[in-house]
Design a protein around this ligand. Structure first.
Ligand code: UD1
Ligand code: UDP
Length: 376
């Protein structure tokens, strides 16, 4: 049997690889090993717990407020040492993080083949998202086979000269995970934590609902985050009949400014990062979602929630074209006015709902499994 080793390190990679790990293990057609770099700690553990995945190897690399070069360097080195002694034929990575780039370089040094899940996304601006656009481009260069979520991502790779036979359109595995958890929540098999349940009930009993917020992009650090906080504060003061619920990312560059600027405002609730199950529950019941996250842009259309994207550009243009998301940048007035319009104009609000999620149908990991079976 061939040996496939998953390498990942952050919350979104874990969420998007979990359904494939589970499927490959169930199929028993290849040997599966799971190695985590531990680029994230608490936020990674939250996801592994939900999907009941225990890594075979945990490199435990996260340090407080880690810099890009420090983490990349130590991750390449640790993964190189790990792969050198491993029998991995294929290294499976997902997305655009430092873990993805370091795993691809370490696989190259050890002459192992990289399978890249969620390949081909591009903004064409190397500084946005930063450093993810470049991480993803460099990973493409090191990849043996590209699993792209959509036709647009396939076109991006073809334009860069990658051979068509190395690219497969699969849909995004994010939707596989989302539907798995959403169905279990709806069936009552999974339940939200009591504090999350309570805040949703409070928003229904004492407010007209809530705006759910996430934000963590490096290109927004500094002025961008000051603007984001100012916009949230202005909007919350303008609409005291809505709650603003913000699970704050643990990156200290985000956490410190958000706590300082938004703590203590009565209709703004700052929370710890939520478990994946709780976050899906919060998305399901939100009125509007305000985010700079990649994964949240992909998930919101399956829940028919309007999504305002606090970025100047996105490597996920499919939602914008389909009309289920809108780029609002980090401009204070634009963010405030778009939230206001969604809260006051029912027709505008309704125009965001789409019948079909442009990012996937929930069967992406099955398609990737079919491909991997043919490698054996
Ligand atoms: C990383 C990814 C980004 C991804 C995001 C998902 C890179 C360059 N960035 O950004 O692409 O969108 O994860 O959330 O790969 N921290 C903790 N506990 C945790 C996680 C983070 O304390 O569980 C703190 C640590 O101080 C850590 C810092 O956050 O040093 C930054 O983590 P890092 O993974 O470098 O960057 P993110 O901003 O999380
Ligand atoms: N998410 C979560 N808990 C939270 C916020 C987000 O589980 O408190 C999930 C969300 O559903 C999505 C993923 O985390 O699947 C997105 O991760 P993040 O925004 O950190 O990274 P990105 O997708 O921007 O790389």
């Amino acid at each position: 049997m061939i040996n496939c080793t998953f390498v990942f390190g952050t919350r979104p990679e874990a969420i998007k690889l979990a359904p494939l790990i589970i499927k490959l293990r169930e199929a028993k057609v290849v040997n599966v090993e799971v190695c985590v770099t531990g680029q994230h700690r608490e936020m990674l553990t939250q996801v592994l717990d939900v999907f009941e995945i225990t890594p075979d190897v945990d490199l435990k690399l996260m340090s407080h407020n880690q810099s890009l070069p420090d983490f990349l360097g130590k991750s390449i080195s640790a993964l190189h040492n790990y792969l050198k002694d491993s029998n991995a034929d294929y290294v499976i990575v997902q997305g655009d993080t430092s873990t993805v780039l370091s795993a691809s370089i370490a696989a190259f040094y050890n002459k192992r083949k990289v399978l890249h899940v969620e390949a081909g996304l591009r903004t064409t601006n190397i500084y946005s998202p930063f450093p993810e656009e470049m991480n993803r481009r460099l990973t493409s260069q090191l990849t043996y086979h590209h699993f792209v979520p959509t036709g647009i991502s396939k076109q991006n790779l073809l334009k860069e000269g990658y051979a068509e036979e190395t690219i497969m359109i699969t849909g995004n595995t994010a939707i596989d995970s989302l539907l798995f958890v959403k169905n279990k929540l709806n069936e009552g098999v999974l339940h939200p934590a009591s504090d999350v349940y309570d805040i949703v009930r409070e928003s229904q009993a004492q407010y007209n609902g809530y705006i759910l917020i996430t934000g963590h992009r490096r290109e927004n650090f500094g002025e961008g985050f000051l603007n984001i906080c100012e916009a949230i504060e202005l909007s919350a003061r303008k609409h005291p009949d809505y709650l603003y619920i913000y699970p704050v990312h643990l990156n200290p560059n985000v956490h410190s400014i958000v706590s300082e600027k938004l703590g203590g405002i009565s209709n703004i609730r700052l929370m710890k990062p939520q478990s994946y199950v709780d976050f899906i529950y919060l998305m399901q019941h939100a009125h509007v979602i305000l985010t700079d996250s990649g994964g949240v842009q992909e998930e919101a259309p399956s829940l028919q929630k309007p999504i305002l994207v606090m970025r100047e550009s996105t490597e996920r243009p499919e939602g914008i074209t389909a009309g289920c998301s809108k780029l609002v940048g980090v401009n204070v007035q634009q963010i405030v006015s778009e939230i206001g319009r969604l809260l006051s104009d029912a027709d505008y609000y309704g125009s965001f709902a789409v019948a079909k999620n442009p990012y996937g149908d929930g069967n992406a990991s099955g398609r990737i499994l079919n491909f991997i079976e043919q490698l054996t």
